[in-house]
Write a protein that binds this ligand. Structure first.
Ligand SMILES: [Mg+2]
Length: 213
């Protein structure tokens, strides 16, 4: 397997992403979930979050058809907003370049909480090499389940690069070493700034792998 990278906040960011998620659900459900409802959600993947909001709105869980309708509407909203001449995504150039360098000699995956269609759109916008596999949010999977699924695809070494405490939690649940981007994840792991240069990103990931028993 893979050295796995989260996307949002790790490879770059798409501001207003949660606004667009709410708007997409408003289009599908006829009523937009509130910011307060979104804050009550505990999950970190699109399936988990939309499922929780569906429970709040309809008193029952999401199904695959409902998830697919959300995914289509959300990708449409992102395509409208992040279009040339309109809002721009922010790419963390050094992290992206370092990830591509690692992919030249190691298995690299992107494992993200975005629904698969949205992940495909975002990776395209950020210029991720199409040869790097993507694994987005699947029904009834939390983030640790997604990492475990990536682990099954090949031999080690294994590692997760992420930017949020839920990324560290998922890495620990799946038994992976962790490298943080930004300062939002306290702990003993290596933490790198989003504007790190590619060489330093590669060196930090290699050092984390070497120090893993
Ligand atoms: Mg993230």
């Amino acid at each position: 397997m893979p050295i796995c990278f989260d996307l949002d906040g790790t490879l770059g960011h798409f501001s207003s992403g949660f606004v667009l998620l709410r708007e997409a659900l408003g289009l599908v459900w006829g009523e937009t979930p509130t910011v307060e409802e979104l804050r009550l959600c505990r999950g970190s993947t699109d399936w988990e979050i939309v499922d929780e909001l569906h429970h709040m709105r309809f008193g029952r869980g999401l199904d695959e058809t409902g998830y697919s309708a959300y995914e289509t509407a959300c990708v449409d909203r992102f395509r409208e907003v992040f279009t040339p001449g309109a809002q721009a995504a922010v790419a963390y150039r050094g992290v992206l370049e370092g990830m591509h360098r690692l992919a030249a000699t190691r298995q690299v995956w992107i494992v993200s909480g975005n629904a698969p269609g949205l992940l495909a759109f975002k990776t395209e916008v950020l210029g991720v090499d199409p040869a790097i596999p993507r694994l987005g949010s699947l029904p009834r999977h939390d983030r640790a389940d997604l990492l475990r699924r990536a682990l099954r695809e090949g031999a080690g070494p294994h590692l997760y690069v992420g930017d949020r405490p839920h990324d560290l939690d998922a890495a620990q649940a799946a038994g992976l070493p962790f490298v943080g981007i930004g300062e939002a994840v306290p702990g003993e792991h290596r933490s790198l700034p989003p504007d790190i240069e590619a060489d330093h990103l590669v060196a930090a990931v290699e050092a984390a792998l070497e120090s893993t028993p």
